[in-house]
Design a protein around this ligand. Structure first.
Ligand code: C2E
Ligand code: CA
Ligand code: CA
Length: 317
């Protein structure tokens, strides 16, 4: 539903109709069911979107504007990195650095995410080939999953780079399970059969459906940052955090906390037996070269690896 408020004395009826119509289409394209009230900024957003679209087309062609940052995901108990989440970064020639929260939605709307996703997987697999002890997770957008070529793309790229699927986990959000359960079941099953890991991302903010969790088998449940933010702040949050651990355990999933920023959060999550933690407390997303010290058994020699232990200990404590 979209609407506009105005006076027919100052704005023509046809302009009011146009505005209401515009608001309605904005609402239809939105992620929520909320009605949208017309505001001129909606149309400015549209202009911005057109600008991002054309700069993004350029990025896809150029290939050097898109890069990958890796954020360590560490064992709660030891602080050692188990894997790193690959997060795309875009430095546009014309727009400068644009965060994924701005350009991914545009890329999804235009379908460009399919090619961007392909390039992300290509870059990450290339890195995996160079760094033998690194394991990663890669985000798959719902739009990417619906593209016909997704399975073939992943298979072809894994083959080209000679990547062992067990080193890669794909992260998906609940919306894909809900929107097209049959197709998604088929795709996720195929990925699992090839040996890839699967994680359910941003759990707790969407549908949080136990039915879907039972239907699709995930290795990891990633609890959304908003829950972690509430630790020590909101009432009942602690019970909820516990309940999520039970939920994960009963469905044979490991549980990951996202967005861990404070010692207090780390302490509480470790007490509650969360398996893996990710957040600025441990590290921000880093270029591959800077991720190296986190990688266990990097070819640094035994002396260096004891330094590594120390580093991990410091991170943990
Ligand atoms: P996400 O998958 O939930 O990724 C985690 C986001 O949280 C990342 O933001 C990361 O930098 C941020 N983060 C991690 N720890 C902390 C923390 O302690 N505090 C705070 N405030 N933030 C933290 P980023 O890199 O900006 O990515 C945003 C979203 O964009 C991602 O959310 C994901 O949905 C999407 N995205 C990023 N890279 C890709 C990609 O290659 N493909 C697709 N399809 N989506 C991507
Ligand atoms: Ca993710
Ligand atoms: Ca997430």
């Amino acid at each position: 539903m979209g609407f506009t408020l105005g006076q027919s004395r100052t704005t023509s009826v046809s302009e009011l109709m146009r505005q209401a119509d515009y608001a309605m289409y904005t609402a239809k394209n939105g992620k929520t069911l909320d009605p949208v009230r017309y505001d001129v900024s909606l149309e400015l957003d549209k202009l911005r979107e057109a600008e991002i679209t054309s700069a993004l087309e350029n990025a896809i062609r150029q290939k050097h504007e898109l890069t990958i940052a890796y954020q360590p995901i560490v064992h709660a108990a030891s602080g050692k990195m188990e894997l790193a989440e690959a997060l795309v970064r875009w430095k546009s020639e014309t727009l400068g650095s644009v965060p994924p929260s701005v350009f991914i939605p545009v890329a999804e709307k235009t379908g460009m995410i399919v090619e961007i996703g392909r390039q992300v997987i290509d870059m990450v697999f290339h890195d995996l080939k160079d760094v033998p002890h690194l394991n990663v997770s890669i985000n798959l957008s719902p739009v990417q999953l619906r593209s016909k070529s997704i399975l073939k793309d992943i298979e072809r790229l894994a083959k080209r780079h000679g990547i062992e699927p067990t080193r890669v986990t794909f992260e998906v959000t609940e919306s894909v399970l809900v929107e097209d359960p049959e197709l998604t079941a088929f795709l996720l099953d195929s990925l699992r059969k090839q040996g890839f890991g699967l994680a359910l991302d941003d759990f707790g903010i969407g549908y949080s459906s136990i039915g879907y969790l039972r239907k699709f088998q995930f290795d990891k449940l990633k609890v959304d940052k908003s829950f972690i933010d509430d630790i020590g702040v909101a009432d009942n949050n602690e019970n909820l955090m516990k309940a999520l651990v039970y939920l994960a355990r009963s469905l044979d999933m490991r549980i990951v906390a996202e967005g861990v920023e404070t010692e207090r959060q780390r302490f509480m999550l470790t007490e509650e037996a969360y398996d893996l933690l990710q957040g600025y407390l441990f590290s921000r997303p880093l270029p591959l070269a800077e991720l190296m010290p986190f990688i266990p058994e990097t070819q640094l020699g035994s002396h260096a690896s004891s330094e590594l232990e120390e580093l991990n200990f410091n991170i943990a404590s």
